[in-house]
Design a protein around this ligand. Structure first.
Ligand SMILES: *Cc1c(COP(=O)(O)O)cnc(C)c1O
Length: 419
């Protein structure tokens, strides 16, 4: 690397000089179009486990080696169904990461249970030691998120949940196909949910799915939002909740068959997508490994799904503010570099702090808690994410982005003078 190369922000040549977007997701191909057309000729409303729902649920369950699968119209509602599956009640405590997308925990508030937020580790994922410290007699469940597709510390977390005798739920919405010590995420806990929303690695545009081996959880998930035919089909006649089969618990959270036809076509490409993402992520890991100004994603004993490649930028080591670093990346033409703003610590969101205003029948005004979440806040403030490409023809773009990041890191001193 020529260290005297002039940064684009200071008038030098750009590292990437092609128009954006540089990354397009999801990938809609002729096969996707065919899948939708075929579904139109089959059915566009499915009442029970049949047709494309049955195919997708069976394939997804088999891929993970789990017994029960249930599609939903969103990941958010899929997560909600896990909370109802665990029969959460007012007074129950549920341990949640504060560094996650808010939908990991928002629908807890529909159950009346109390979210107990827990800090992250340096890798952005929930800290097992902080989970252990947060367990009380009231703890009923732990929910975790494998952030940006990096699996959490599952050995420790599974052991803590077992010891405490509480449910373990996984939000795998960033982590389709990710593995921890050779085992897929979504197979460690009592139930797991995946979003199938447009950004996600397996997508139908909108949608969600839950897997579990626990029949009781599955039955309650069915009742929450899949009334009549599906409940009648799957809830045993002698089950105490079978009386509710006709109405369920009143909601309707069924997926749309066209969305699931798309998701099935995308799912068939998951292993190929992961293979390329892993190849390109490894290039990024190898090439960017030598810089003390940044930390790279945690890949120790884990195979991420690379929903994003999220680095930590240490401005105190760099001597250049993150805003300036980020502007320099943008100026290099790295248009897809992003500082994730809305996915940040969630404990102080108004919906959690002022839940008594929205749900006065379930919550009283909460005393302002003095808990602090320094690691989660830190990770969020220092995070810069890059896409990880997934096609053979994306190798050049991956190399150009690596070149651009290296150029800015190598030339940080020139930004200091300019600061
Ligand atoms: C996308 C996402 C959700 C919500 O999924 P939707 O399908 O958009 O409702 C929940 N948790 C995480 C971590 C997500 O990324």
């Amino acid at each position: 690397m020529n260290t005297s190369e002039k940064l684009a922000i200071l008038g030098g040549d750009k590292s990437v000089d092609v128009p954006k977007p540089h990354y397009v997701w999801p990938e809609i191909t002729d096969r996707t179009r065919e899948a939708v057309l075929k579904q139109l000729d089959s059915t566009i409303s499915i009442y029970n486990k049949s047709d494309i729902f049955e195919r997708f649920e069976n394939n997804f369950a088999k891929y993970h080696g789990r017994k029960y699968a249930l599609l939903h119209n969103s990941g958010t509602n899929a997560i909600w169904s896990m909370f109802v599956g665990c029969d959460l009640q007012p007074g129950d405590e549920v341990i949640c990461p504060t560094y996650t997308f808010h939908a990991t925990a928002t629908l807890l508030l529909q159950t009346g249970a109390t979210p107990i937020f827990v800090d992250a580790k340096e890798d952005g994922n929930i800290d097992p030691e902080k989970i252990r410290a947060a367990i009380t007699k009231k703890t009923k469940a732990i929910i975790i998120t494998h952030m940006w597709g990096i699996p959490c510390d599952m050995d420790e977390i599974v052991a803590i949940a077992k010891e405490a005798g509480v449910y373990l739920l996984e939000d795998c919405s960033h982590a389709h196909g990710a593995e921890y010590k050779g085992r897929k995420v979504g197979t460690f806990g009592d139930a797991a949910a995946w979003s199938l929303q447009g950004q996600k690695t397996v997508t139908g545009g909108e949608g969600g799915i839950v897997l579990t081996d626990n029949e009781e959880i599955h039955i309650r998930e069915l009742l929450l939002g899949h009334y009549n035919k599906r409940c009648t089909q799957e809830i045993p006649k002698d089950h105490r909740l079978r009386q509710f089969a006709l109405t369920g618990f009143g909601l309707k959270n069924r997926a749309h068959p066209l969305a699931i036809a798309i998701a099935q076509e995308q799912f068939e490409r998951l292993d190929s997508i992961l293979e390329f993402r892993r190849r390109y992520a490894e290039m990024m890991m190898n090439e960017l490994g030598g810089f003390e100004e940044i930390s790279l994603p945690n890949t120790k004993e884990r195979l991420p799904s690379w929903y994003a490649f999220t680095i930590q930028y240490h401005e105190e080591k760099a001597g250049v503010k993150i805003e300036k670093f980020y502007q320099a990346l943008q100026a290099e033409g790295l248009a897809e570099a992003d500082r994730p703003g809305s996915t940040g610590p969630i404990h102080d969101l108004p919906l959690f702090q002022n839940r008594h205003i929205v749900y006065p029948h379930l919550y009283r005004q909460t005393e302002t808690t003095s808990s602090e979440y320094p690691q989660a806040v830190n990770f969020w403030k220092k995070a810069i994410k890059f896409p990880v490409w997934h096609r053979p023809e994306d190798e050049g773009m991956t190399r150009d982005y690596i070149k651009g990041v290296k150029k800015v890191l190598t030339n940080l001193p020139s930004l200091k003078d300019n600061a």
